[in-house]
Design a protein around this ligand. Sequence first.
Ligand SMILES: Cc1cc2nc3c(=O)[nH]c(=O)nc-3n(C[C@H](O)[C@H](O)[C@H](O)COP(=O)(O)O)c2cc1C
Length: 328
Amino acid sequence: MRKLLTAILLLALLISSAMAEEAEPRVLVAYLSRAGENYNVGEAREGSASAAYAGYIEKGNTAMMAAVIAELTGGDLFEIQTATPYPEDYASMLQVAQEEIDTDARPELAAHVENMADYDVIFIGYPIWHGQMPQAIYSFIEAYDLTGKTVIPFNTHEGSGQSGTQRVIEAALPGSNVLQGLAIRGKVAQEDPEQTRSLIEPWLEGMNMKRANAGSEAEVLATYQAIQQAMFDKDIETLDRLYQDGTTFTHMSGKVQTKAEFFGEIADGTLNYFAYDIHDPQIAVDGDEASLTASVTLTAKVYGASGSWTLPVNAHFTKINGQWIAHN
Ligand SMILES: Cc1cc2nc3c(=O)[nH]c(=O)nc-3n(C[C@H](O)[C@H](O)[C@H](O)COP(=O)(O)O)c2cc1C
């Protein structure tokens, strides 16, 4: 049993520093977006009346844009959903949107942001429907007191650009500091992540909204995931490259293993890792130094015993020649 526990804890690098406190503005990225059939994107569906010009997508175009904004600003994502879901079928959606405009509707929303007071900056994202923002965006902005907050619109479209929605939002929120929004073609947001990012990054930088370490945080997480993958694959070469020489792996018993000992037991089948779920990773970057804390659920077969365990991890990294390397 002791061997088993110590083997599990071989995974955890030495526990130490706490997360750095952040002084940056707290950012919310709220967006409305439809998966399903849409114009000029996705695969046509057999039997669909609108298949000649509309294809099926799993994730909406504005949702794609929102994810990049959240990553680069460190913001929280919130999907604005109506209590009655919108139709997946494109032709029906055209009708529903037109009816909402004609009646100046305020569709009921499925959920609200409980802690709106905590946010300083609210990005509001939406598609253009019939030259306008969806009526549900009015439902959203009218549900909160956004006085004194910075509000930044963003949208996707297939030719209409912002279509005057910047002014509409400014007029609806006279007490907010509404900054210049960004419009991206839905097809670009859906199909060209590089171009999407290259449009969003300078826009965020121009408003001083890009978190200095946003890219680094994603790199650190990717490095940590690469280490997990190499453990499953028994890819010792990659493990050796991503762990700094001299790194030690500390057992719960206090026993310390070297890289060679740890990797040797992975290679010879003593330690076998199958799945590794990382929950709520928190990454702090300070120049070329970074730490990652997370709770991880590990499925493994070690010393002949199989099981699944959840344990805290605190890993440290240094950037060397452009690559994040793990160490104690
Ligand atoms: C009901 C409806 C009306 C639309 N009207 C317009 C329009 O007037 N101008 C435009 O450029 N695109 C229009 N589009 C295209 C969408 O703005 C575009 O596909 C957008 O990226 C969809 O975003 P989403 O996937 O996040 O919902 C319309 C799409 C739908 C479904």
